[in-house]
Design a protein around this ligand. Sequence first.
Ligand SMILES: Nc1ncnc2c1ncn2[C@@H]1O[C@H](COP(=O)(O)OP(=O)(O)O)[C@@H](O)[C@H]1O
Ligand SMILES: [Mg+2]
Length: 280
Amino acid sequence: MKVALATFAAIPDGGSEAAMLRASLAPLGVTAEPVVWDDPSADWSRYDLTVIRSTWDYIDRPAEFLAWADALPRVANPAPVLRWNTDKRYLRDLAEAGVPTVPTLWDPDGLPDWDEFVIKPAVSAGSRDTARWRRGTEDEQARAHLEALRGAPAMVQPFLSAVDTEGETALLFCDGDFTHAARKSPILRAGAGIEGLVTGEDGRGAITPATPTEAQLALAERALAAVPGAPDLLYARVDMVTGPDGAPVLMELELTEPSLFLDAAPEAADLYAKAIAARL
Ligand SMILES: Nc1ncnc2c1ncn2[C@@H]1O[C@H](COP(=O)(O)OP(=O)(O)O)[C@@H](O)[C@H]1O
Ligand SMILES: [Mg+2]
């Protein structure tokens, strides 16, 4: 059995996570090959399944990426889920379904009333075009940022200060079951504007193992249960942050190309490998 681990041209070997998955799949009789998603010489019919992994440049060409996924013989997560999940307007669906999410203004005409806020595009990854601004002193830059993203659409949220103090928490799920959690360190620096991101080589903060609280687990389960169509999800990452009242709120539900943070829980690679093998 053969599986493609879809990646992008900057990481043709899929990086350390692909290596971990390949090592866990081999004893199950599954050969996994990293394949660059937009490589014209790739023959996707050779694979029993394509697993989306590090296809991180799709944010420049989401339509092309989704058309490619639609045309694959078999893909995880399923193509309709990718279509829904590659645009953060899915957060509106989840909020309407009652999932506590970070309050968001969609493409507002002007700046919000919050003392400190984040502006980011609805289609993004790795904190691209994302910045935090302070009301009053940084209005001019914030307005220019908002204008630049206008129609994309732009998202405007209160800056949740718990990101700076305790970080973000990511809960990972395989076949709907919780596997592990990780803490992500802060990424946006105050006063740093659009260029001031604190990121590692793959555009994210430092990742460390974490133990979720009951409230965090409950929020993650709730978010997953609210995904339209109750699709078959090989993998899911639920990113959350503590809100001003102390309860967790959803920042992002990553069903497309999440890093699974396997470095923080190497034993979890076997669980994802088993779930992949079971699909073949
Ligand atoms: N409302 C917010 N409050 C505090 N930090 C935020 C907020 N929105 C985004 N961030 C920071 O920016 C990073 C990237 O934003 P996110 O919405 O996760 O988009 P993506 O990971 O797809 O680029 C987050 O990991 C977090 O550090
Ligand atoms: Mg994120």
